[in-house]
Write a protein that binds this ligand. Structure first.
Ligand SMILES: Nc1nc2c(ncn2[C@@H]2O[C@H](COP(=O)(O)OP(=O)(O)OP(=O)(O)O)[C@@H](O)[C@H]2O)c(=O)[nH]1
Ligand SMILES: [Mg+2]
Length: 346
């Protein structure tokens, strides 16, 4: 009889240990919990943020444009003034030429120069709308986004903000700490991961970035995550070996999910001006860039880069950074951008 009681007691204890262990294990594996979307702090609308972020660019353009638009006729001198102003705002020669050629067709030299303002606004919007500005989506399985760019352009910050945006939409997000090169990079991404409520897959400093991205995508698949965003170390477009490394990362990701990465975002520092053009040229070729995130628009008078890069490389700007905070990333909106750059009155 006593043996029977001991046997039953041992059975109960064993069962409790097993069930407890299973619960603890499943909690650890179920990352992230299907928690409610994290709301971003509500702030001004995209149009307002664009207008504020483009203040410096507008100021730089302002004086010369006022003089152009104030002329009696859209004559040769008006066009010369316009050309100078667009080049100064870093639109680049190709975009400037294309804009002026089209404007000449739309606005007669006999028309008041004031008509140029509206025509330019419409034209800039139209040209920017030629390329899709929305981020890629996938039917099923994780959407994989690879983020590349030169040192300090704002990659990690943009990843953090983007993760927060997806979380706000109710999507689950996982981050891959593919910058194993710079000291503190992994920690920085983890801080953003915590802020955005997105787990981070990381290896040691110095590890192979392709291996990290591999594990991140695998983990996202296994956990049924909606979006995986992989960080990479900053690299100069002239560093061949480092540029080639991006090719390897892409290949490894593509082997797990054919067609991935679905989006390769080139993060360009908006304050860089002309250098952004050479970055876009090399990264587009080597890393298969599908879109641009232009950061630090709030701190630059060179916002025309958006027009230039989009025109020259047929690359759409998809995201714009307008500050350092978590909600300071906006989907690119050509109408809001053109409206803010060439307002009806200034
Ligand atoms: N004002 C402003 N600052 C920004 C923006 N985006 C990023 N930054 C700042 O730019 C600096 C560099 O950002 P990171 O995200 O660390 O850049 P990174 O490209 O990851 O840098 P590396 O990893 O060193 O190559 C940080 O101080 C950011 O706060 C933006 O849209 N506006
Ligand atoms: Mg970084």
């Amino acid at each position: 009889m006593q043996d029977w009681i001991w046997l039953a007691l041992t059975g109960v204890v064993l069962l409790a240990v097993l069930v407890g262990g299973a619960i603890a294990f499943s909690r650890r594996m179920a990352l992230p919990p299907p928690s409610e979307p994290k709301a971003l702090p509500t702030g001004p609308s995209t149009a307002e943020r664009f207008a504020a972020a483009l203040q410096r660019t507008r100021d730089a353009l302002g004086g010369s444009l006022r003089a152009v638009f104030g002329r009696e006729r859209a004559d040769e001198e008006a066009y010369e003034g316009l050309e100078e102003a667009l080049l100064r705002a870093d639109c680049g020669t190709r975009a400037t030429t294309a804009l002026l050629t089209e404007l000449r067709k739309r606005v007669s030299t006999q028309a008041p120069a004031a008509e140029l303002r509206k025509a330019l606004r419409t034209l800039v919007r139209e040209r920017l709308e030629r390329h899709p500005t929305a981020l890629a989506t996938v039917e099923s399985g994780p959407l994989v986004i690879l983020v590349v760019g030169v040192n300090g352009s704002g990659k990690t910050t943009t990843i953090g903000k983007l993760a927060a945006r997806y979380r706000q939409e109710g999507k689950t997000v996982l981050l891959g700490a593919g910058d194993t090169f710079r000291a503190g990079a992994i920690e920085q991404l983890k801080v953003w991961g915590e802020r955005a409520d997105a787990p981070v897959i990381a290896h040691q400093e110095g590890a192979d970035p392709a291996a990290v991205c591999h594990d991140a995508v695998q983990a996202a698949l296994a956990r049924g995550i909606d979006v995986v965003i992989c960080d990479t170390a900053g690299r100069l477009q002239a560093q061949k070996a480092l540029m080639d490394e991006l090719g390897k990362v892409r290949k490894v990701i593509g082997r797990i999910i054919p067609g991935a990465p679905h989006e390769t975002l080139l993060v360009l520092d908006g304050t860089m001006g002309q250098n952004a053009f050479s970055q876009a040229r090399v990264f587009k070729d080597v890393a298969g860039v599908t879109g641009v995130a232009l950061t630090k628009l709030d701190g630059t008078a060179k916002g025309g880069v958006i027009i230039g890069v989009s025109e020259e490389f047929e690359l759409s700007v998809k995201l714009v950074g307008v500050g350092e905070k978590v909600d300071d990333l906006r989907p690119f909106d050509p109408a809001a951008f053109a409206g803010a750059l060439f307002p009806d009155a200034d």
